[in-house]
Every structure is written in C-alpha cells, then in structure tokens.
Design a protein around this ligand. Structure first.
Ligand SMILES: [Zn+2]
Ligand SMILES: [Zn+2]
Length: 253
C-alpha cells in the first residue's frame, strides 16, 4: 500500500504553522502526487479562512509545481439542520469541500445550534447517547443540502450512526475520510467499519497536518486499513486511486 495523496491539511490561513509552499515542498519530499489544502472554515474561533485569504491562497496554490495542489475548505456543521459555515461563493470555488463537526466554533448562531455545539464538544455520557440521533440527522441533512466531497474524521467527538451516514455517502458520491490524527481513537469506528464498508462507500486519506513534517504520514491509517482488511480499491489516495470531486461552479443554494 503506497500513499500518493493527502486530502486534508492546514496552513497559516487557519491554525496551521506552514505556508502552502512549505506543505507542497514536504509533499514532494514524501513522493506525493496530489494534495488538498483544507483550512478551517469561517466560524472557527480565532484562526479561520476568510474571503480575502481564500483568494490569496488560490493564487499561491496555482503557482505550485511538481504536485497537483487543490484548494479545499474544512467546513463546520453548525446546526441540527446540517448547515455549513461556508459562504456560497467559496462552496462554488473550492476544489474540495470537506465537512465535519468541530468544537471551538464561533457561537453566533441561534440558540439550538449553540446548545448543539456545546454539548457535542463537552458531552457527558448520557448527553452523548441523546445526541446520537441528532448528530446522525445533522450529517444526513448536510449531505442532502450541500455538494460535499468528503466527511472529515467521522465521529470524532461526535457520536452518530456511522453506517446510516455511510449509506447516504455511498448514494451521493461522498467519500469518508480516514483521518490520521483521529482514526484510532474514534469511538465506535472499530465496531462498525465492516458495516460501513458493506455500504459500498469510498474512502479518502487525510493527514490533517498542521505542520509540514506531518504531510503524507499515514502510520495510523495504514494500521487501521490492515487491521480491518479494507479493500484497497476503495481507498482513494493510495496505489494510484484518484478520487473525483464535484464541480460546484454553478451551485446555488
Ligand atoms: Zn477537523
Ligand atoms: Zn483539519
């Protein structure tokens, strides 16, 4: 199994420590063929993408050589209705749209969203159980509403029915990410991965690197793939499997 792509990483446009050029340099050193730069979206606290930074980053990415560099964004699911915090313009212009749950998102939304985010981030065991259905439904609504490409670190700090979500992903050409930072500590993933695979869903690989030296490193993902005997032709970003991302240029809400 050879990793040739990395579809999740951060730059100084959000909370990463490196420039696009530094990440590309690291990707080349690792022998990667393509990467996606996926900074945190607009409602992340403190460090997040803006329209101005997104524009400047596009020019920087287009200037890179030797690696296919895509410009993405890592969107936050911010409500029970599956709302994403990405302006329509950025949805249309991003080469890759990845989406997931995160803590530390600006609480500028209605009260339901506020409760939803806080409880997801810091839930007691009982609250986790209650949120299982709410979270699952938020994922499903998001997949219905938006032309999303990848579900980032599914289930990370967010209990949900992974199999139901995988069914929706398979039906809507959405990839599920194998995230190097979180794949081994996501509760319930080990138990449900066989059923997730059985839905026919495809997977991508993402290091979630915040520093150049993490780009293209997939020790945990490799361990997980081997442990669960995941069919390698279903994993995009290894062995020459190139994913197809959606054309959103004409997308309207
Ligand atoms: Zn994330
Ligand atoms: Zn990330």
């Amino acid at each position: 199994m050879k990793f040739d792509s990395d579809f999740h990483m951060h730059t100084t446009a959000s909370d990463g420590h490196c420039t696009v050029a530094e990440l590309v340099c690291a990707a080349k050193e690792r022998g990667l063929k393509r990467i996606a730069v996926t900074d945190h979206s607009f409602s992340s606290i403190m460090c997040h993408q803006t329209l101005e930074k997104f524009e400047a980053q596009r020019a920087e990415i287009d200037a890179q050589e030797g690696v296919e560099a895509l410009q993405g964004i890592e969107a936050n699911i911010i409500s029970e209705d599956g709302e994403l915090d990405v302006p329509d313009e950025v949805i249309r212009r991003a080469d890759v749209l990845i989406a997931g749950f995160h803590r530390f998102v600006t609480l500028m939304f209605e009260s339901e969203s506020r409760r939803f985010l806080l409880v997801n981030g810091f839930a007691s065991e009982r609250a986790r159980q209650k949120l299982y259905d709410v979270n699952t439904s938020a994922y499903l609504k998001m997949i219905e509403r938006y032309p999303v490409d990848i579900i980032a670190h599914i289930g990370h700090r967010c209990p949900a029915d992974f199999v139901k979500i995988a069914e929706a992903c398979a039906a809507n050409d959405v990839y599920i990410e194998f995230n190097e930072k979180h794949i081994l500590d996501t509760r319930g993933l080990d138990e449900s991965i066989d059923d997730i695979v059985a839905t026919g869903v495809k997977f991508t690989v993402g290091s979630d690197a915040h520093r150049a030296n993490r780009v293209g490193k997939f020790d945990n993902v490799a361990t997980f793939i081997k442990k669960h005997d995941i069919p390698l032709d279903r994993v995009y970003g290894i062995d020459g499997n190139v994913p197809t991302f959606k054309d959103r240029s004409g997308w309207k809400r």
